[in-house]
Design a protein around this ligand. Structure first.
Ligand SMILES: C[S@@+](CC[C@H](N)C(=O)[O-])C[C@H]1O[C@@H](n2cnc3c(N)ncnc32)[C@H](O)[C@@H]1O
Length: 305
């Protein structure tokens, strides 16, 4: 499984986050509200991949009138879905009000306020508030819910007959550097993967109502009463030389992940990362010609009979 956000793990430095407040401030809490610009830059870079995913949904000749983008963040995918399905109304659903505010501002700027709405809601409690949708898009959000199985079943019940859930979970962890970068111990990104896995396991364990489940999404969609209609993995392949946007994204993401994994990575790796982040170092991410961006996202589709 990947815990990637498309261009990186979907978690940030320790901050309080909406839904987990009974037991205080957690190491793994995520300040989603602060992550708007990062999520948007991520979506900008992944636009070709996301467009391909959205187009793939036409395979089922879906003619959605109502789409809900669940865990929408600031709604980058909501806008894409509104473009791909021009007859649909889209509701961006998220517990982070500042992100929804960004979505509303963009909708107003682009003259789309009548077609793109926002709903402030948090799963699982907010599932009952969702519109009866023809398409529920859930991108990298279900894993933030303690009981994913129960949430998926409740979400399936919100589908209009013939409607579909498109669930983006899993894929492959992002790669952006060669295995050997010319200094430090080779294999840094593999060690980051392990740190991500440990982080993710802790993050999930601390969610309210946390329940482990085999993350076999086709089976879970079937158990939620849907027909598993397809699973496909989509590649984002931005070879070197990367754009300034991609480079800036990779730098800010490495800085964020250094903070997240400071206690997990060893001193040698932290020194390597500091060199990669040091603008004055010619071998850093700021200057290296060999930086690239390669990731794979898996989407599972379940259709209601
Ligand atoms: C990794 S971001 C993904 C954003 C967007 N779907 C994308 O693919 O770019 C995860 C999103 O899920 C939202 N989220 C976190 N916990 C949630 C919950 N319990 N219910 C609904 N959304 C949640 C966060 O606020 C955040 O916007």
């Amino acid at each position: 499984m990947t815990h990637d956000d498309g261009q990186g793990p979907d978690h940030g430095p320790k901050r309080a986050h909406g839904h987990d407040r009974a037991h205080g401030h957690h190491h793994e809490d995520i300040d989603w509200a602060a992550m708007g610009p990062m999520l948007e830059r991520n979506a900008e870079l992944a636009a070709p991949q996301n467009r391909e995913i959205a187009e793939w949904l036409r395979t089922w000749q879906l003619e959605p009138k109502l789409i809900a983008d669940v865990g929408s963040g600031s709604g980058s995918t909501s806008f894409l879905l509104a473009e791909i399905f021009p007859n649909a109304w889209v509701t961006a659903v998220d517990p982070a009000e500042p992100l929804l505010e960004r979505a509303r501002e963009r909708a107003a700027r682009e003259g789309l306020s009548d077609r793109i709405r926002t709903l402030h809601a948090e799963l699982p409690a907010g599932i009952a508030e969702l519109p009866s949708a023809d398409l529920l898009w859930i991108g990298r959000a279900l894993h933030h819910v303690g009981d994913q199985e129960a949430a998926l079943t409740a979400l399936a019940e919100r589908l209009a007959p013939g409607g579909a859930i498109a669930l983006l979970e899993g894929g492959l962890n992002q790669r952006s550097l060669p295995r050997d970068i010319g200094f430090g111990r080779p294999g840094l990104q593999t060690r980051f993967d392990l740190a991500d896995d440990m982080w993710f396991t802790r993050m999930r364990a601390e969610l309210p109502g946390a329940k482990s489940v085999t993350e076999d999404w086709p089976t879970l969609l079937t158990e939620a009463g849907l027909r598993h209609a397809g699973t496909r993995t989509f590649l984002l392949d931005l070879p070197s030389p990367v754009s300034a946007t991609a480079r800036a994204h990779l730098i800010s993401e490495l800085a964020r992940r250094r903070e997240m994994h400071e206690e997990t990575l060893d001193a040698d790796d932290l020194t390597t990362i500091d060199r990669l982040l040091n603008e004055n170092d010619p071998q850093s991410l700021h200057h290296r010609p060999d930086v690239f961006l390669l990731s794979a996202q898996t989407v599972h589709v379940g259709v209601r009979a």
